[in-house]
Design a protein around this ligand. Structure first.
Ligand code: SF4
Ligand code: SF4
Length: 376
């Protein structure tokens, strides 16, 4: 596994890191966590990132699993606190201390202001004393580096780092829609660490239909390996943090993190071809981040869009239709539980929270129509 220094912090991170966002979601999380984390550690993954997902369950489960298989000084931990949850500085330290307790650790290597998505939020961090509070924690040895997790427009992120020299920025970038390449180079030039979240677009990159999979197999690669290679071949990227839950996923991700050098002509050709074939997805599509949830009607927004994306953009029609049918019929063995798109009452709550700015209500109707359309 290749390691890189996170900006100018001196902290070495594996180029493929572990993202804990989906870790707590699974009923079997505790039972599987130890095996998953052990495999990550054995394979050279040293960078673990999570936050208070599931009311802190992700931190608890990940911390417990980590300390059973490795030592604190063998791993780099990144955690975060949601800017929107802190109207004043007073609560930031309390939240950080709660996260440290859940994780059962004395310090975080990296602490990020989570969801710094607008200039107003960035200003709030500085004006309301949130940064000062974390800087104090840094002096006390509770934190080694401070950064931002953001879905903001590239030009806004440039402004953020002009105003304050953050140690690192966690941003979104993936093979299917490359929006931050210039920004990544800019941040790297300034000595700011770049961590890529959702590197496989919430699983969309990793699960193509048969035609794309076959094309990649013939080229000796896999969708996940190519998706991660696209990111980690860029020397400006310190690490791409991927949510991994099975040994196979870990092995694939690790494979991508062990390949040195820039993208080859073959890899570039494959990426161009995948982009051509998946252009139906458009520039912005759901990446299963889950920020729009919960829906008061229990509509499984990320799940429905995941199936829609697999169907329209990645040629995975049969699985998408079948799973959506299961969801509609509320079958207990459905991969995607919850309510179908038809249960949406158009309250609009979700649309205000989507970092992609998706017209969720309208798109749910389109997704339902496509996923239930009679087959020709
Ligand atoms: S608009 Fe529909 S999908 Fe969105 S939160 Fe309201 S009911 Fe749920
Ligand atoms: S609809 Fe938007 S907020 Fe909801 S999961 Fe998809 S990208 Fe995230």
């Amino acid at each position: 596994m290749i390691t890189r220094t996170l900006g100018q912090t001196g902290i070495r991170v594996s180029v493929v890191g572990f993202g804990g966002m989906r870790f707590f979601n699974r009923d079997e999380a505790e039972a599987e966590a130890k095996a998953t984390v052990r495999r990550c550690v054995e394979k050279g993954i040293t960078f673990f990132e999570t936050g208070s997902y599931g009311g802190g369950r992700s931190e608890e489960v990940l911390g417990k699993a980590l300390w059973e298989v490795t030592r604190r000084d063998q791993v780099v931990l990144a955690d975060k606190a949601a800017v929107a949850d802190f109207p004043s500085a007073a609560a930031v330290s309390a939240a950080m201390e709660a996260s440290l307790r859940r994780y059962r650790t004395d310090y975080f290597d990296v602490f990020n202001f989570w969801g710094t998505n607008t200039p107003e939020m960035h200003e709030h961090i500085l004006r309301a004393g949130l940064l000062d509070e974390v800087l104090r924690a840094k002096e006390e040895g509770l934190v080694r580096a401070i950064g931002l997790t953001t879905h903001a427009r590239p030009e806004w992120i440039r402004d953020f780092v002009e105003v304050y020299p953050w140690d690192c920025v966690v941003l979104k970038e993936h093979l299917l829609y490359s929006r931050n390449q210039e920004l990544i180079a800019h941040l790297a030039d300034r000595g700011i660490g770049v961590v890529v979240m959702t590197p496989l677009a919430g699983g969309v990159v990793a699960h193509p239909g048969a035609a794309i999979r076959e094309m990649l197999t013939q080229a000796g690669t896999t969708p996940a390996v190519l998706g991660l290679r696209y990111l980690v071949a860029n020397p400006g990227v310190s690490s791409a943090i991927s949510g991994m839950t099975t040994p196979d996923e870990i092995d694939e991700n690790v494979r991508a993190g062990a390949i040195e050098g820039p993208l080859t002509a073959t890899e570039l050709g494959l990426i161009d071809e995948i982009r051509r074939r998946t252009s139906a997805l458009g520039e912005r599509f759901c990446t299963s981040c889950g920020y729009c949830m919960p829906c008061p009607q229990e509509v499984n927004i990320p799940g429905i869009f995941r199936l829609w994306n697999l169907q329209r953009g990645y040629g995975n029609d049969a699985y998408s239709r079948l799973e959506y049918q299961k969801l509609c019929e509320q079958r207990h063995w459905a991969d995607f539980p919850g309510a179908s798109a038809e249960h949406c009452v158009e309250c609009g709550l979700c649309e205000t929270k989507c970092p992609e700015g998706l017209p969720i209500i309208a798109d749910l109707k389109k997704a339902h129509a496509d996923l239930t359309a009679p087959q020709s």
